[in-house]
Design a protein around this ligand. Structure first.
Ligand SMILES: Nc1ncnc2c1ncn2[C@@H]1O[C@H](COP(=O)(O)OP(=O)(O)OP(=O)(O)O)[C@@H](O)[C@H]1O
Length: 986
């Protein structure tokens, strides 16, 4: 399938939208628990409100507060209650105390009060008497909470008895019940005192004294009391489920670079956002609908009396607003684990502002419009006011609620200070939703993505953004960080002849404006410097200095060619790929991909249609299967719908994932994930494929299988492959470029590199076992004998080529023959073959050095080059037990202090290097000690920058001895650098 047959324009937008929508649906379906909570959380909260209301009704059972009272019944002569009935009392308590006990008449009156208390004569131990009110006060002060009140009698004369009442006037609340001291205690005590005083004065102990008390007729206070007060908080909590889930889905896609992968596949931002908006919009609508239905199910007047549409719209618009807010906030969050924290913070802020809203702020005439407008931007506030309006409209049985037609009118209960109607609330919610959504899109573009790039602050002012022809240019660094000035990279003329030749060729093409039809990618002086940034955090300033990751790459990559980019960690391979795929803006130079410049937005959008990328890390959704991944990416890429299913089947079969095609990628092994990533990169038959370490984590069999796939797909397209496996590079590549420290160090076919940078030819000589034994005669066991039998061969090599075996055992010997002896080899091996029988040789193999050796050589030289500049040292432990510090990558090291009469120039060793698991260079061993050749004159010791002077162990403190570098490369780096003194000059 060629890029020309891919979908474009509106059909592509629609295809991407439907694919992304299905992806969102699948993700929600696969995380059922979270989706269930999002939809049904309202049920639990409404149930809770219902329970709270029931509990309130129970505790108010003795009061008429929650009942409608139209014809209040009179309370006739209520009795003095027992003191234990009080909410807060210390036992044993008194029902009342009194003063005036020196008056017999008062004593008689009190006795009558106790005896005649309706329904319950008061026992004597429940009453306490005092002489006068002062005594009572002193006692009350010393004995709190022992009595609800006191009576004070004063007999003035035979016909006048004064009395006074003293009560604890604090009203009290306990578990939702209310105790008013006037009704609970004072009135019964007063009635009792007056009744008995009257009887005493009249002299008739049966005198009838009836007093009745009636409350006002009043309507019920509906359960909406609960909804009105706790409703806003509870419904805010309901919306938080969706809010947190939404933020975490968006951030996860950003964090796992899934968004970036989709962008590289050419996803439209519009399709991406619309797919989220519509799916979450559906969930929100269902959740709002269920909230209203649950409210009706629990028979709340709030939900029953207000029109269904009015209530539903309020809940739906509110939840949609919270969604917009979630979209917007997600632009500022980089870790999905922070979603809950952000959700909690928003909830807390919402809770506080809702409290203020419930208390009337700022929806009253005394507050300015401006304050109201600002306040209404935060969805929980408007929602809270909406709930209040609807609750007010159903607060009494007579209130009919708000109907759809009356939504723009002020309710009957709030028309005195009516500044906002439910219709205004809708308008605010719709307006603020669009505001949040537009801000979400804007911030999404101008905040840095997972790769640390963003669009400019005014990107939307560029016409190219709207026409689709450009406007995709990205910048580096966050909006709150200032990128420092980027120092230019010095151009260094390559010292390798092949690299220089390639550079000259590309420069010539570029100068002549020539586009070679056989070239897929032409890299023209590509440079990339990660700018140093200064980030202003809360209390500190973070500074990083600029880093030159690519220092000018020039090369051609032909069509139908697999170009392998090798290099140690940090060489700049991934940076090259990211620049070529448009993920990072380039600092200098350019690259043409099939004639399209990566620096032009139009070029880049053309390039995206013809490339496939398998990034270094697997970019997959754990919850989607292999098949679903391929379908999604194929749809994003724009494959015609009819071709998607056959393509997916074929692709799965190619990467041997047919069986696992329906299994979720989360349960794939590392190798399976890589294979799926390779399959994704090949979707749509791209003309250029980038494979960044595609076989990492694969077992040898699968790796070979993937090699087969790559070999197969090589036909008709260019592939740029990076790998740390030399075997892979050797087998697959048509051409290899080895990079180190941001520069191309060598380029050519595998054979060319081996012959130029390997130590030479490797000759493996195998011996005939029986011949050995024959020569050994009767010494069958002796190793010495076996070795002696090979002496003639050793001598033959030494005499003709001046080489010793690097490895030897009973049955074979290995010799490394330097390149300069190449012209002697034909005659040498011809003679060796002729004398095979004489030497007891069974087989002779001659090969070139391995690519690994070439790679290590190049990496070692690059490390040494940078060690000369920045002084990176490692410790070399010598077999003699001592150790020296040497620059990373140094090959020949002179050991200071080993000069003797026999070896006037001292001793040196050859250091062997290898790559560790992380790809860094480390010492693997060293050769036996040997004298420093006589032709190397001894001068001052080498002191790379950062290392001040030589410190010989024991002479100055306990610092390490620094080895003396005898590598020619190091000498030349140091000479061109800042350090001028060397111990050996070459
Ligand atoms: N966003 C960034 N900001 C600053 N420096 C970066 C950034 N990305 C990469 N680098 C640095 O640029 C250098 C090149 O990195 P790059 O990822 O291209 O190396 P690589 O050759 O792909 O290595 P590997 O084999 O480990 O993948 C490294 O030293 C790295 O630390």
């Amino acid at each position: 399938m060629s890029s020309s047959s891919l979908q474009r324009g509106l059909p592509l937008l629609w295809q991407q939208y439907t694919a992304l929508f299905s992806k969102n649906l699948l993700l929600s379906w696969r995380s059922k628990r979270a989706t269930f909570l999002q939809l049904f959380a309202s049920f639990f909260f409404i149930l809770l409100i219902f329970c709270i209301q029931e509990a309130m009704e129970k505790s108010f059972a003795s009061s008429t507060a929650l009942k409608t009272v139209t014809d209040p019944t009179a309370l006739i002569s209520p009795p003095i209650p027992p003191c234990e009935d009080k909410f807060f009392v210390n036992l044993p308590c008194y029902d009342f105390v009194w003063s005036g006990n020196r008056s017999p008449r008062a004593t008689q009156i009190v006795n009558a009060i106790m005896k005649n208390n309706p329904g319950r004569p008061i026992p004597t131990e429940k009453v306490r008497s005092f002489r006068d009110p002062d005594e009572v006060d002193a006692w009350l002060l010393a004995n709190p909470l022992l009595v609800p009140g006191a009576l004070h009698f004063l007999e003035r004369n035979a016909t006048v008895i004064s009395y006074g009442i003293q009560t604890n006037s604090t009203p009290e609340m306990n578990r939702g019940r209310f105790e008013d001291p006037t009704f609970k205690f004072q009135i019964p005590l007063q009635i009792a005192a007056e009744r008995e005083i009257a009887r005493s004065l009249i002299g008739d102990p049966n005198y009838n004294w009836v007093v009745g008390f009636k409350e006002f007729p009043h309507p019920t206070i509906d359960a909406i009391v609960a909804l009105d007060s706790i409703g806003p908080t509870f419904f805010l909590a309901v919306s938080m489920f969706g809010f947190v889930l939404q933020i975490s889905s968006l951030i996860t896609e950003k964090e796992l670079k899934l968004r970036q992968a989709m962008t590289m596949m050419g996803v439209f931002d519009t399709a991406y956002w619309l797919s989220w908006l519509s799916w979450e919009g559906i969930l929100t609508t269902i959740s709002a609908l269920l909230t209203v239905l649950f409210g009706m199910m629990f028979q709340f007047d709030f939900f029953l009396k207000n029109s269904f549409a009015v209530v539903f719209l309020l809940f739906m618009l509110f939840q949609l607003n919270m969604l917009g807010l979630a979209f917007m906030l997600s632009a500022f969050i980089s870790k999905s684990s922070s979603a809950t924290t952000v959700g909690f913070f928003v909830f807390l802020v919402g809770f506080v502002t809702q409290l203020a809203t419930s208390s009337g702020f700022p929806y009253a005439k005394k507050y300015s419009r401006m304050i109201r407008a600002l306040w209404s931007l935060f969805p929980p506030n408007t929602f809270s006011q909406g709930l209040k309006l609807l609750a007010d409209a159903t607060s009494t049985p007579q209130d009919p609620g708000i109907s759809w037609s009356k939504r723009a009118e002020c309710g009957p209960n709030d028309n005195t200070d009516c500044v906002i109607t439910i219709n205004d609330i809708y308008l605010w919610l719709i307006g603020s939703f669009f505001l949040w959504f537009v801000l979400a899109l804007y911030f999404d573009n101008i905040t840095t993505n997972a790769s640390g790039v963003r669009k400019s602050i005014f990107y939307f002012l560029k016409p190219g953004y709207w026409t689709g022809k450009g406007g995709n240019r990205v910048e580096e660094g966050g909006i709150c960080s200032c990128t420092g000035s980027v120092p230019p990279v010095d151009h260094i003329t390559p010292d390798d002849e092949d690299v220089l030749e390639e550079e000259t060729l590309v420069k010539q093409h570029s100068k002549d404006g020539l586009v070679d039809p056989n070239i897929a990618v032409q890299i023209r002086g590509l440079a990339k410097t990660y700018p140093g940034t200064t980030k202003f955090g809360c209390c500190k300033c973070k500074k990083t200095s600029p880093f030159h990751a690519l220092k000018g790459l020039w090369m051609n990559i032909a069509k139908d060619q697999l170009f392998c980019l090798l290099g140690p960690n940090g060489a700049g391979k991934t940076t090259t790929i990211n620049c070529l795929t448009g993920l990072f803006p380039v600092t200098g130079g350019d690259a043409l991909i099939y004639g399209n410049s990566i620096r032009s937005s139009v070029g880049m959008s053309n390039i995206r249609k013809m490339i496939g990328v398998c990034p270094q890390f697997d970019i997959l959704w754990d919850a989607l299967s292999g098949e679903e991944h391929l379908k999604l990416f194929a749809s994003i890429k724009g494959l015609p719908p009819a071709s998607i299913n056959p393509m997916v089947e074929k692709s799965l079969a190619e990467v041997k994932l047919t069986e696992a095609g329906k299994i979720r990628a989360g349960s794939y092994s590392g190798g399976m994930k890589r294979r799926l990533s390779v399959a994704v990169s090949l979707i749509g038959d791209p003309k250029l494929v980038f494979l960044d370490e595609p076989t990492t984590g694969m077992d040898p069999i699968t790796r070979r299988h993937v090699w087969d796939i790559i070999q197969e797909t090589k036909k008709g397209r260019a592939i740029i492959l990076t790998t740390h496996s030399m075997e892979e590079a050797d087998i697959l590549s048509d051409r290899i470029g080895i990079m180190a420290k941001g520069r191309l160090r060598c380029i050519g076919t595998s054979i060319r590199l081996k012959s130029r940078f390997g130590t030479g030819f490797i000759a493996n000589i195998s011996f005939v076992e029986s011949k050995n034994q024959e020569i050994n005669g009767n010494n069958h066991n002796g190793e010495t004998g076996a070795l002696d039998s090979r002496e003639p061969v050793k001598k033959f090599f030494k005499d003709h080529l001046k080489v010793k075996p690097t490895e030897e055992n009973k049955t074979f010997m290995t010799f490394v023959i330097p390149h300069e002896k190449e012209n002697l080899l034909t005659d040498f091996f011809a003679e060796l073959q002729d004398r095979e029988e004489e030497f007891g040789i069974s087989d002779i193999q001659l090969g070139l050095a391995t690519l690994e050796e070439v790679f290590l050589n190049i990496a070692r030289k690059a490390e040494l080059e940078s060690a000369a500049v920045d002084g990176t040292m490692v410790t070399l432990d010598l077999s003699s037990g001592s150790s020296v510090e040497i620059p990373v990558g140094a090959r020949f090291i002179g050991i200071p202090g080993t000069e003797t009469a026999e070896n006037p120039r001292g001793i040196m060793v050859e250091v062997y290097w290898q790559q560790d698991e992380s790809g860094s260079l480390c010492i693997s061993g060293h050769s036996t000690e040997m004298p420093v050749p006589a032709n190397i004159p001894v001068t001052d010791p080498v002191a790379p920058p950062g290392h001040s002077g030589v410190n010989l162990l024991g002479r100055r403190g306990r610092r390490q001895v620094q080895g003396i570098v005898i590598d020619p490369e190091f000498a030349s780096f140091v000479r061109s650098g800042s350090t001028s003194s060397r111990r050996f000059s070459l």
